[in-house]
Design a binder for this molecule. Structure first.
Ligand code: ATP
Ligand code: MG
Length: 254
C-alpha cells in the first residue's frame, strides 16, 4: 500500500539545515498495523506527515497504491494526540460526525446509519447529544476516531493518539482500536514512543534511530495473537529486546 524508497527530509530554517530523516526504506501492505517507534525528536511525526501528504520529501519517493504522494488525500486520515483541536466544539457528538460526512458530500439519507454504526463502534451512542467539552479525554479521542472512520478512509495515520490519556483509558483505547481494526480491516500506521503500546497493537514495529539523519534501524514482526499480555514470556522477550536496542541507541548518542 505504501512504498518508501530512500526517503530523506531536510528542514531549512534561518540559514541552517537539519537532516531529520535519511534513507528511510519501508513497505507497508494493505491491512497491516505498523508502528513507528523511536525517541522524541527522531522524526516519527515528520515521517507520518509525509505519508499523509502534509510534508514533501526532500529526496527519495513515497508511493501510495503505486502513485507518488503529492498532496493529502481523503484516503489517508490523520489522527492527532489532541482530539479537542480536531473536533468542532460548537457541534454535538453526532453533528461532528455529520460535518465530516457533509464535507465529503455523502448523501444525507445515509447519515443516520453511518453515524449509528461508528458511534456504536466507539460506544458513544448514548452521548450523541453532548458537546466535545462535555466529554472525557478518552471519549473525545473515540469521537475523533469515529468521525475519521465514518468517511471510510483506506488508511489510518495515528500520531501518538493516546499519549495524553491515563494508563487505564489508554488500555481501553487499545482494545477499541484492535476491535475496530478487526471489524474494518483498515491499514494503520501508528506513531508512538511507548514500547508496550507498540507491542500491544502492531504486526510490525519499525525502530527508528536518534536524529539527525534518523532512519529505520530494524523492523520487528510480531506474530502473536491479540490481545497480547506483557507477562507472556514470548511477549516479554520481545519487550526486553526492543528496550535494550533502544537503550543502546541512546548510549551511542551520549
Ligand atoms: N518544520 C520544521 N522545521 C524545522 N525542523 C523541524 C520541523 N519539523 C520538525 N523538525 C525537526 O525534525 C526533527 C524530527 O521532528 P518530529 O516532530 O518528526 O519528531 P518526533 O519523533 O515526532 O518527536 P516527538 O516524539 O517529540 O513527537 C526534530 O529535530 C525537529 O526539531
Ligand atoms: Mg511527534
Amino acid at each position: 500500500m505504501f512504498s518508501l524508497i530512500d526517503v530523506s527530509k531536510v528542514f531549512e530554517t534561518n540559514n541552517t539545515t537539519y537532516c531529520a530523516l535519511k534513507n528511510v526504506n519501508l513497505e507497508i501492505s494493505e491491512g497491516e498495523f505498523v508502528c513507528l517507534l523511536g525517541p522524541s525528536g527522531c522524526g516519527k511525526s515528520t515521517l507520518l506527515n509525509m505519508l499523509a501528504g502534509f510534508e514533501v520529501v526532500s529526496s527519495g519517493t513515497i508511493e501510495f497504491e503505486k502513485r507518488t504522494i503529492t498532496s493529502s488525500s481523503q484516503d489517508r486520515m490523520v489522527f492527532f494526540q489532541d482530539a479537542s483541536a480536531a473536533l468542532l466544539p460548537w457541534l454535538s457528538v453526532e453533528e461532528n460526525i455529520h460535518f465530516g460526512l457533509k464535507v465529503r458530500k455523502i448523501s444525507k439519507e445515509l447519515w443516520p446509519s453511518i453515524t449509528n454504526r461508528y458511534l456504536s463502534m466507539v460506544e458513544l451512542n448514548e452521548h450523541r447529544h453532548k458537546f466535545p467539552a462535555q466529554l472525557s479525554g478518552g471519549m473525545r479521542q473515540r469521537l475523533q476516531i469515529a468521525r475519521g472512520l465514518a468517511v471510510e478512509p483506506k488508511v489510518l495515520l495515528m500520531d501518538e493518539p493516546f499519549a495524553a490519556l491515563d494508563s487505564l483509558t489508554r488500555k481501553k483505547m487499545h482494545q477499541f482500536l484492535l476491535e475496530i481494526r478487526q471489524a474494518t480491516k483498515k491499514t494503520i500506521v501508528f506513531v508512538t514512543h511507548d514500547i508496550s503500546e507498540s507491542i500491544h497493537l502492531a504486526d510490525r514495529i519499525c525502530l527508528m534511530s536518534v536524529g539527525p539523519e534518523s532512519h529505520i534501524t530494524e523492523v520487528i514482526t510480531i506474530n502473536e495473537t491479540f490481545p497480547r499480555d506483557l507477562s507472556d514470556p514470548k511477549i516479554a522477550k520481545i519487550f526486553k529486546y526492543i528496550e535494550s536496542t533502544v537503550l543502546n541507541e541512546f548510549r551511542e548518542e551520549f
